[in-house]
Write a protein that binds this ligand. Structure first.
Ligand SMILES: [Zn+2]
Length: 178
């Protein structure tokens, strides 16, 4: 537990991954998907589950789940999630640490780590690849790795096929009704 209380000086495990885009993507998606609409579960519903999520990833201080919900809602809102009523605004505080000779985003807590990951993805031009699945009732965040960034579903096998089947049924119904 050493260093956890050191605040800004505490180097979270995230900083060992500085420049590791895959790690940033994984962290951001995991955070956005702490709410699972299909299972009806939400890691942020309770302090215990949120704490477990943060310490599992070695992200330092956890802060309160209420604030985490606000950050998640704002991020999802920015990503165009229609089910989210968060307000995009200024979130959290991130410092720039020069002590290692390279500018690093320094964060002392879990939300800072998530926001730093988001900021790095934006700087690298990868933010547009972070998307929210548009299939009804899904809302899962995913990283679009397609060449032309054209994916709209988290998974073709599940949501893609389900949406196609739904559209087909709707078309069939409207044809039958006419
Ligand atoms: Zn989906």
């Amino acid at each position: 537990m050493t260093g956890l209380a050191a605040g800004w000086d505490h180097r979270t495990r995230l900083q060992d991954h500085a420049g590791d885009t895959e790690h940033d993507v994984e962290l951001l998606l995991a955070f956005l998907n702490t709410r699972d609409l299909e299972l009806g579960t939400d890691v942020l519903d309770g302090e215990a589950t949120w704490r477990a999520w943060v310490s599992e990833r070695g992200l330092g201080r956890w802060g309160n789940p209420e604030q985490a919900r606000e950050v998640r809602a704002a991020l999802r809102c920015v990503l165009g999630d229609e089910h989210e009523s968060g307000r995009p605004g200024t979130l959290g505080l991130i410092r720039v640490d020069l002590s290692s000779g390279v500018p690093l985003l320094a964060t002392g807590d879990a939300l800072g780590a998530v926001l730093a990951a988001s900021a790095r993805l934006a700087v690298l031009g990868s933010w547009e690849r972070v998307k929210v699945c548009s299939a009804e009732g899904c809302g899962r965040a995913f990283f679009d790795r397609s060449r032309n960034r054209s994916r709209t579903w988290c998974s073709m096998q599940v949501c893609g096929n389900r949406e196609k089947a739904r559209n087909w049924r709707e078309r069939a119904r409207s044809v039958a009704a006419s």
